[in-house]
Structures are given as C-alpha cells and as structure tokens.
Write a protein that binds this ligand. Structure first.
Ligand code: 5AD
Ligand code: SF4
Length: 538
C-alpha cells in the first residue's frame, strides 16, 4: 500500500509524523511524495490556529472531490484537528475515512488495517480514535505507556530524512498550563514525562546512526521532572509518569525521593552522549527557568545557548487574561538572569496580537517589551479564537481583524529592526555553523537584495530537491546564479555563505564549519569560510 503523509504545524507534529512513518514502513507500507499516487492519504493536522485548520480543510476538499469522482483512496486525519473536532469532522467531511488523535497514534496501524479490510467489503465504513480526554482517567498511565511504545520503537533509520543529521526527541507530552487561548491541553492531554533512561538511550541510538544535533521537545520543556521508583512497566522499565502539577516541579525532593530535573536531564545527555555535537530544547515556559538550567548551559559547551521563551504579550492585564502565570517584570527578570549568566544566549519568542480586549495601550506595552529584550526573532500571531478554550467561551473576539493585521505588521517591522541589531553584534566573529540547506539567487537579483537589506529572494533546496526552479535549463541557470550554503549557529541564527557552485554547497550540508560573519541583515547573517592558514615555505 502506498501512503502519502503531509504534516502541518509544530515540531511535535513533525516528530509524530516521523514515528508514524517508521512504524508503518516497518509494516510494509511504502511512502510516496505524490498524493495522487497514493492509496492512503494522511494529513497530520494542527489545531492551534484556524488558519492551520483551513489549509487542511482545503486539502481534504481536493481529495474529497477526487473521491466523489471515483478515486479509491483512504483519507485519514491525524493529530490535533482530529482530536479537537472529533466525530464532528466526520459529519462535516464525509470524504474522511479515518480519524486519529495525537494520543492514539500508536494504534494507527490497527486502524488502517481494519479500514483496509472493511472498505473492500463494506464501502463507507469509517474509523475514529480521538480520545485524549478519556485518558485523563485512571487508565492514563497504561495508555501513555502504549503511546510511549511509538517513541521506543523509533526506526532510527536516517534513510528518507531530508536532514538525517538532526532529530527531535520528545521528553514530555501534553501540557498542564491551560493558557486561555490554547487548544493544546485539550488535544494533547495532560503533561506526561518520559523516563530519563529512555530519553538518553534514544539520543545515544540516534547519534550512533549519524545524528549530530538533537532538539528535545516539550510544550513546556523545562517543566520536565521525573521521580524515580514510582511506576514501572511489566517488564521492569521505568514508565512515563504524569507531570507533578504546577509549581511542584521545582520543589526540593522529599527525603529519600530520587528525582531527575530538567537541568539534570540536560547534563546527563551531554555527559552520556559525547558524540552529540548540538543539544537544543524547545519550548521553555518563561517563569520556570531556574539557575540550575543556566548553570548547566554555562558548563556544557555542546548545549546550545538558545532559549525559545514565548512572552505572548507585554501587558500584564493581557497576560493575566491569557492565564500565562507571570508578569512582564517576571519575564524580564528571567531574561536578565539568562543574559547575565550566559552573555551569548540567543532568545526567541512568540507573541499574540489582538487577544480579546487588547487596547492600544496594551499593544504599546508589547512594543516596549520588544524594544527591551534582544529577541533574535519572534513568531507573531493574530489571535485566533479556538472552540473549546476558555478565551473562546468567556471572551468576545472583539479586536477587529484590520486592527489585528495592523498590529501584526507593526510588530513584524519592529522585530525586523531588533533582529538586525541582534545580528549586527555578530559581525566580525567566527562562529560554528551547521549547514543544512542549499540556496541560489539569480545574480542580477543579488544586487537589489543587498540594497533592500532583506534576506528574501533566496530559492532554497532541501534534500536534494529544488523548491523553486526545477524548470530552469541547467547550464543557463548555473551560469547566472550565485550558489549559497545556508545553516544555523548554535544560537539558531541563519547564516548564508556564497560558494562557487551547487556541488560545493551540497558538500557542506550536515557539517559544522567555522564561518567569519561579514554582514548582518534582519533575517540572516552573511559570512565566509575563513582562509586556511598558509604553511610557511621551506
Ligand atoms: N491564536 C493565536 N496564536 C496562538 N498560539 C497558540 N494558540 C493561539 C491562538 N488561539 C500561538 C502562541 C504559541 C504558539 C505555538 O502559537 O504564541 O506560543
Ligand atoms: Fe498552549 Fe500555554 Fe501549554 Fe504553550 S504553555 S502549549 S501556549 S497551554
């Protein structure tokens, strides 16, 4: 059976897709790049904003109309949209055959198998598993352990990955925060922490297969805390365990209690997986980044000094309405402490504009915050009301869309200025860069680009596939293009280096190489490979 799988949304979804792909491939399913060539089309969906859901709905519409015209294909929705909308999707979209929430992905092969059997005999049979909410009951630990099996059975096969040197490893699932705008606690369920031995072992096996960069994933990754000796699986392994609840994770362990904190986990991976060249983690919940974490970052050179620490708003009133659990002053305290302990730390964030009741003054406070913190970048989102969240139920979406758009654009422009300043500080330094992409720019465009000071216009290639210019005649194209190798610093700043041709750029992918930074723009740094030292003659 040929499967097409497309992923929407966050890094957690990318990892889920990789695990699903590995599991299905081991069962004999074959993955194809062309949805029209597949017998099974799966969309791993995101429900965080309506915009993400709309993209999926339009894809569903395309496959749906093909099905109405007689195409025989199984259409499945995985992930958060399947969980959020549940059976309502099946009513709205009769073309969808299968639903599988993010907490049920371990059961996807069985669902597909059932469906394959039933569709042959009884057309119109559909299957759905979207049950995170029921998981909050007594069965949680057992169910989570089944889900854990999906991570544990990871194929570790870099084949087919566009960046085989880089991998995600989940350390916590779910979220206990309940920010009032956010669907994640409903779709991914309560916070569950994986046992440290399983995490370290997964990192080690990935590095054995050639991975040099690992990003640890959790919705609030720094809330990680594992209490040993409480839950074992039937075969004697430590089992995943439900998070300790808000605030409790920084408590000193009780007498006789053995705990692995987030800082300890980072130090363990750094120590026990020496072949790992870069260790990252996202996303940090700002209030709870303790000095223990900063101390580990300061002491462990292969852990990237990079914090993705979303602030969401610069207004205390809005932060309270969002139930973020910190004030602007507390956020700034964390930022200042991070910079004091780690002078080269790189900070990124997320901001939501147009949250219900946000006034011009609230927005001005967010602008002030963006000027105050040296954010290397911020993802800026217009508030999107999500059914099932507290904000949706209790607060009117009262900021008009044109005001949201205006504020969004103002913040993008402001962030571009801040990013340019943050980037400018790197000029003249020599930094290690992990190269991962190949880009090219038509030579005539290059001069305009520098004038405009933008990093746009670069056509990128990932995994040996061109994204933009496949139709271009090769010989003519090569002559008139400037090839570039693109990568990221430990602080996650993008760096572009001009190289003589495509082959040279390709050869740099997957390697960490020193780069002298020569210029800074809002979106990227430009640099060159340092000249090799010339050996004295004689
Ligand atoms: N509307 C807009 N942005 C949202 N985010 C989460 N929920 C919403 C929403 N309802 C943003 C937050 C979060 C990021 C992953 O998505 O900024 O940090
Ligand atoms: Fe959503 Fe808040 Fe949890 Fe992040 S911390 S996943 S924004 S509820």
């Amino acid at each position: 059976m040929r499967v097409f799988l497309e992923t929407f949304g966050c890094q957690m979804n990318e990892l889920d897709s990789e695990l699903v792909r590995g599991r299905l491939a081991s069962l004999g399913y074959r993955f194809v790049d062309d949805p029209d060539a597949a017998e099974i089309v799966l969309f791993n969906t995101c429900a965080v904003r309506d915009h993400a859901e709309q993209k999926v709905r339009s894809r569903v519409g395309i496959v749906g109309s093909q099905k109405r015209n007689g195409r025989e294909v199984i259409l499945g929705l995985l992930g958060c949209m399947a969980e959020r909308e549940g059976l309502a999707i099946l009513q709205k979209h009769p073309q969808v055959d299968l639903l599988c929430g993010p907490g049920e992905l371990d059961r996807l092969p069985t669902l597909l198998e059932n469906l394959r059997r039933t569709t042959a005999a009884t057309r119109g049979e559909r299957v759905a598993l979207a049950g995170n909410r029921s998981r909050r009951t007594a069965t949680l630990t057992a169910a989570e352990d089944e889900l854990e099996s999906l991570d544990l059975s990871r194929s570790f096969d870099p084949e087919g990955s566009s960046r085989p040197w880089s991998a995600y490893v989940r350390i916590t699932r779910g979220c206990n925060k309940f920010c009032t705008y956010c669907v994640v606690p409903a779709t991914r369920g309560a916070e569950v922490h994986r046992p440290p031995d399983a995490i370290v072992e997964e990192c080690r096996r990935l590095v054995d297969r050639g991975v040099i960069e690992i990003t640890l994933l959790g919705q609030t990754v720094n809330h990680y805390r594992y209490t040993h000796g409480t839950a074992l699986t039937l075969d004697g392994r430590e089992a995943p365990q439900v998070g300790p609840g808000l605030g409790a994770f920084r408590k000193a362990p009780a007498a006789g209690e053995r705990v692995t904190t987030f800082a300890m986990l980072l130090a363990r991976i750094h120590e026990e997986v020496p072949g790992l060249e870069r260790l990252r983690f996202v996303t940090s919940y700002p209030r709870d980044l303790g000095d223990d974490v900063f101390d580990v970052l300061a002491a462990c050179p292969r852990i990237c000094r990079y914090l993705h620490m979303p602030v969401q708003s610069g207004s205390d009133r809005i932060l309270k309405a969002m139930n973020r659990g910190y004030t602007v002053a507390e956020y700034l305290e964390t930022v200042d402490r991070a910079i004091e302990r780690l002078p080269d730390v790189s900070i990124a964030g997320d901001v939501i504009v147009g949250f219900p009741t946000e006034t011009d003054e609230d927005f001005a406070a967010t602008e002030r915050l963006l000027r105050r913190v040296p954010f290397k970048n911020n993802f800026i989102f217009k508030y999107s009301p999500r059914p099932g969240t507290t904000a949706f139920d209790r607060l009117p979406d009262d900021v008009p869309d044109e005001v949201k758009r205006y504020r969004n654009n103002r913040l993008l422009a402001l962030q571009a200025e801040v990013s340019r300043d943050v980037h400018a500080r790197e000029v003249g330094r020599t930094l290690p860069v992990l190269f991962d992409r190949v880009g090219s720019i038509p030579l005539e465009r290059r001069s305009d680009m520098t004038a405009a000071g933008s990093g746009g216009g670069v056509e990128l290639r990932v995994a040996g596939r061109r994204t933009a210019d496949d139709s271009m005649p090769r010989a003519e194209g090569e002559a008139s293009r400037q090839w570039q190798a693109l990568g990221r610093t430990a602080g996650d700043l993008i760096v572009a280096v001009d190289v003589e041709d495509e082959i040279a750029a390709e050869a740099m992918r997957g390697r960490i190489l020193e780069v002298e930074v020569t210029a800074a723009e809002a979106l990227l740094l430009r640099g060159r490979r340092p000249m090799p030292a010339i050996a004295p003659i004689g």
